[in-house]
Design a protein around this ligand. Structure first.
Ligand SMILES: [Zn+2]
Length: 348
């Protein structure tokens, strides 16, 4: 390189560096992203914080399909190289998936769950638990109500707090009964002895934005979360519990949470119950319902409008839903990329 060329290059570099702080600032000012990955009636919710820390809540069904779908969204859409934290809300097959297979396609660093029951109940797969034990090398962290997962926070506060786990809600002693004699128009269902009732439920807060995910928590425990005291508060976005089944999504809970947006991780023939859809529509202040799948077994009136549904057909491409919260935590957008849909909302 000639001397004059070097001088020109230096001037150019100095000029460019003048832009560096702005460029860096723009890169640093990221918001919060949540991807609802289609695992066809299972759960896989990927949270990416402004500091680009990643947290996967549940990992779909065993087999290769769901780990591949999770890795695709994580790497190609979210630009991640690894999953920093994996929470398994409860031990059913459609949530605990196959962690060993997942780790073949993307590294996973930290593991959290509701604790491994001993002895194992009949609705928990011994094989799945063994795979999990081996994959995590016994280093998973059991979460109880009140626990927080420490996430790196920027200038806008970010917090993930557990509100229910193993059938116990915040403030209750261990082995508290599943039903609570507290009214608010609630009619208890028969005791749910399945692992669903023991799901982890948590609240993720970023600035003014609040997101509630309760895995497959069922009716009676949902009620304890809001009666006599609302332990959750109001939220912006409600992940429709238990894929939209009607033994979950207690209206007493949903009315107390007052979500503006509901996002349902149903499958074409699982969840998305007509009753749940009707209950959601009657929640005061709820503006939009998004679904990963059209329920092919119910009518058009029992499904969200097509623009709000990521996958129309049973034989689908596994399209996802993307929620993004702006860097200040004041507004958020829900996108259905397969339909070109984008809707923006103010936090409450
Ligand atoms: Zn489930």
């Amino acid at each position: 390189m000639m001397r004059w060329q070097r001088v020109v290059l230096l001037i150019l570099l100095v000029g460019l560096c003048g832009l560096c702080p702005h460029g860096l600032q723009a890169a640093q000012q990221k918001g919060l992203d949540i991807y609802f990955i289609d695992v066809e009636g299972g759960a896989a919710t990927l949270i990416v914080t402004p500091q680009r820390e990643s947290l996967l809540v549940d990992c779909g069904w065993p087999g290769e399909r769901d780990p591949a779908r999770i890795a695709k969204v994580a790497k190609e859409v979210a630009g991640l190289k690894q999953i920093d934290h994996l929470i398994i809300t409860h031990w059913h097959t459609d949530h605990a998936g196959d962690v060993a297979q997942l780790m073949k396609v993307i590294p996973v660093k930290n593991f959290y769950d509701r604790g491994i029951p001993d002895p194992l109940p009949r609705d928990v797969s011994r094989q799945q638990i063994e795979i999990y034990r081996q994959a995590t090398q016994g280093k998973s962290i059991p979460l109880k109500p009140g626990d927080e997962i420490k996430l790196k926070s920027g200038s806008v506060p970010l917090k993930l707090r557990v509100l229910a786990s193993s059938g116990i809600v915040l403030g209750e002693p261990p082995h508290a009964p599943q039903t609570r004699p507290c009214d608010r128009g609630h009619a208890a269902m028969p005791e749910d002895t399945s692992d669903n009732a023991r799901s982890i439920a948590f609240l993720l807060s970023f600035g003014n934005f609040d997101f509630f995910d309760a895995g497959d928590l069922t009716w009676n425990v949902e009620h304890k979360l809001v009666c006599p005291t609302n332990l959750v508060g109001t939220v912006d976005v409600y992940q429709v519990t238990h894929h939209g089944m009607d033994i979950s999504n207690n209206p007493v809970l949903m009315q107390a949470l007052q979500p503006r947006v509901a996002i349902m991780n149903n499958g074409p023939r699982k969840g998305g119950a007509a009753k749940t859809y009707a209950r959601l529509k009657s929640v005061q202040g709820l503006e939009d319902i998004f679904q990963l799948h059209r329920n092919v077994q119910t009518t058009e009136e029992d499904n969200a409008p097509p623009a709000f549904v990521a996958n129309d057909e049973e034989n689908c491409q596994g399209e996802f839903i993307h929620l993004s919260v702006d860097p200040t935590g004041q507004t958020y957008t829900v996108a259905v990329p397969s339909k070109g849909t984008r809707r923006s909302y103010q936090t409450r």
